[in-house]
Design a protein around this ligand. Structure first.
Ligand code: DGY
Length: 322
């Protein structure tokens, strides 16, 4: 019998899959940039024992049904809303993600996005490059202060806590809302637990870090934006689906909130005719929360290790359930 087959849905550096190749027949989708076509993904899954997937792949009931040998899906992300967990469980497939290794990197990016949005950094860069800087003026590109303001973090998982830790350096007041209380963050970072509506009405910066679930879908809607205080800045680096983008667009256009920094969108990649991108007060990034060379390498190593462990009958390092 040949080696069990593993399919990787994006081109990743060969040296990071050598360990997998020692034991398995490994094939990769031959592109770094484009998503593997659905039909090809289904075809490869039909004889795969393991899949290393991206957040752009829909790993659903249809796929599980056609993959009788599949034992493990290792998703290269901490989020796993692209995977139907019920279907995975029904078909006895272990699903893993890549938490922890990306916590600080994602918190860094989120804080960078907050600073860039508050201090209008992308606008300022464009201003200089477009040769518009002809003199100095007292209110030229004046933004909002970050230090000593109130940050409200919705979704206080490990990335939320890492953002709160950064906020202490800016001497910010820290509010959070989460399904459960985080006593360590309260004790060590001075974070204060509040209801969702209190957080919206008291925060200068609302940072969304909550995963996308049926409960959180569209939770940032017209009503939520109306509840935010004047001049509030909204930051999202979790999943686009938690935001009603039309409502966000209207809130920004009507001046209900001041600005938004967005690393994620409902449909990615966002196209440049999207209404949100017509607004100067929107800073948009292409979902790069965990995109540092070091962290992406650690994520790949963790995902491959999870596959090896599950196929060797061991417990995965980071299973999303079980
Ligand atoms: C994740 O890991 O879920 C991030 O969104 C990827 O950058």
């Amino acid at each position: 019998m040949g080696k069990p087959y593993i399919f990787i849905t994006r081109k990743i550096p060969n040296h990071l899959v050598e360990k997998l190749r020692d034991q398995y027949e490994v094939e990769m989708w031959d592109s770094e940039e484009t998503v593997v076509p659905r039909e090809l993904l289904l075809e490869k899954s039909r004889h795969a024992y393991g899949l290393l997937t991206m957040l752009t792949d829909s790993i659903d009931q249809e796929l599980f049904q056609q993959a009788p040998n599949l034992k493990v899906v290792a998703n290269l992300a901490v989020g796993y809303d692209n995977i139907d967990l019920d279907a995975a469980q029904k078909h006895n497939v272990v699903v893993t993600n890549t938490p922890d290794v990306l916590t600080d990197t994602t918190a860094d990016l989120t804080f960078a996005l907050l600073l860039a949005t508050a201090r209008r950094i992308p606008e300022a860069v464009d201003y200089v490059k477009a040769d518009q800087w002809t003199s100095w003026a007292p209110y030229m590109l004046a933004g909002s202060d970050v230090h000593h303001k109130t940050i409200g973090i919705v979704g206080m998982g490990s990335i939320g806590e890492a953002i709160a830790k950064r906020a202490t350096g800016f001497e910010m007041e820290i509010l959070y809302h989460n399904r459960s209380r985080k006593e360590k963050a309260e004790r060590e970072l001075g974070a204060k637990y509040v209801s969702f509506n209190e957080l919206l009405s008291q925060s200068d910066f609302i940072v969304c870090m909550t995963p996308l679930t049926p409960e959180t879908k569209d939770m940032f809607n017209k009503e939520a934006f109306k509840n935010m205080k004047d001049g509030a800045i909204f930051i999202n680096s979790s999943r686009g689906g938690v935001v009603n983008e039309q409502d966000l667009y209207e809130a920004l256009k009507d001046g209900d909130i001041k600005a938004a920094g967005l690393d994620v969108f409902k449909n990615e990649p966002i196209r440049n005719d999207h209404p949100l991108l017509s607004l100067d007060q929107v800073v948009a990034l292409p979902h790069i929360g965990s995109a540092s060379l070091e962290t992406r390498t650690e994520m790949i190593k963790l995902a491959t290790e999870n596959i090896i462990r599950v196929l060797n009958g061991e417990t995965a390092l980071t299973p999303v359930y079980g």
